[in-house]
Structures are given as structure tokens and as C-alpha cells.
Design a protein. Structure first.
Length: 170
């Protein structure tokens, strides 16, 4: 099961890589919202990312992430936060949220996203979750962040899911 999830996380990342052509090893900071047990951090580290990796998640999840990454890749992450980043805004080269953002209430999303500024985005989302129209929310997010070119498309293998990849213009 661990291997299956690593493959799934790599597939998410490959969606971003295929559309942006970016080099992970040149990035200085990546932020991930809701990281499961930390598989994406492990994959990025193994692909050459050596910058600062920050996970924003619930306290009980950060305990799991610290354990898993401590066993597989000591030193991968430098910071853990619970719920939301501190003020002022933090910036990053890439913001990743694979289904996590689509699972929290819209008002919490707005608060969290108002504190993070990214050059690039990788979102995997459920189209609908708990009666929330995530497609509409992510479309509004893209419209508010018109400094990015957005590529939004259905997940080819996962029903009720889509990807949204953003890269800053210029």
C-alpha cells in the first residue's frame, strides 16, 4: 500500500512537471497543504529538491509525518505548522495541495490561501466534497490569481477529481 501511494503522489507531481517543465532541484521553497504521511516530501527529496520544505497540517498528522520522514529521509522538512501559517504572508516557489484543500471548509481555505504566495501551484481536488462545489471555488481562485497561467483538467483515472496547475506569467 505504501508503494501504491508513492506512485499516486508521483503521478500528481508528474502532472505539474509535464505542464511547467520546471526543475525541482532549482527551487528554494515548497509548501504542501495537508501532506498525508509525507510521501510527496519524500518523492521531491529523492528527485533532487534540497530547499526548504514546509508542511501545513493538523498536529496529529505532523507527528506521523515527522516519524515517516525521520525514518526515510532525515532532514527533509524544516518546519511544521498546525492549521495555518503565521502572519505575515509566506512565499514559496511551489504550493502543493493534493485533495487536502478541497476537503476543508471554504472560509478556512480562504484564510489559509491569503497567507501563502506561490509562484507555481499544483492542486488535485475532488469536484465536489461534502456538498461543496470545488470546481467553482478553484475557478474563482484562478480568477483572483490572474498573474498565473492556469491549466484545469479532469483527472483521467480518478472519478470526481481534477487537476489545477498554475505557473506565474513571465
Amino acid at each position: 500500500e505504501l508503494c501504491t501511494n508513492l506512485i499516486h503522489q508521483y503521478y500528481h507531481l508528474q502532472q505539474w512537471l509535464n505542464r511547467t517543465g520546471q526543475d525541482i532541484s532549482k527551487m528554494k521553497r515548497i509548501i504542501e497543504l495537508g501532506a498525508g504521511y509525507g510521501a510527496m516530501a519524500l518523492i521531491l527529496h529523492r528527485l533532487g529538491f534540497a530547499g526548504s520544505y514546509t508542511i501545513i497540517d493538523l498536529p496529529e498528522m505532523t507527528t506521523l509525518q515527522e516519524y515517516f520522514l525521520g525514518q526515510t529521509s532525515p532532514g527533509v522538512m524544516d518546519v511544521f505548522w498546525s492549521k495555518a501559517p503565521p502572519n505575515p504572508k509566506i512565499s514559496c516557489d511551489l504550493l502543493i495541495a493534493c485533495h487536502s484543500l478541497s476537503e476543508i471548509p471554504e472560509d478556512e481555505r480562504e484564510g489559509m490561501m491569503s497567507q501563502v504566495e506561490a509562484k507555481e501551484y499544483l492542486f488535485a481536488s475532488f469536484c465536489k466534497f461534502d456538498e461543496v462545489d470545488n470546481e467553482a471555488w478553484f475557478k474563482r481562485f484562478a480568477e483572483k490569481n490572474s498573474n498565473c497561467n492556469w491549466n484545469i483538467y479532469l483527472h483521467p483515472f480518478q472519478e470526481n477529481s481534477f487537476y489545477q496547475v498554475g505557473i506565474t506569467n513571465g
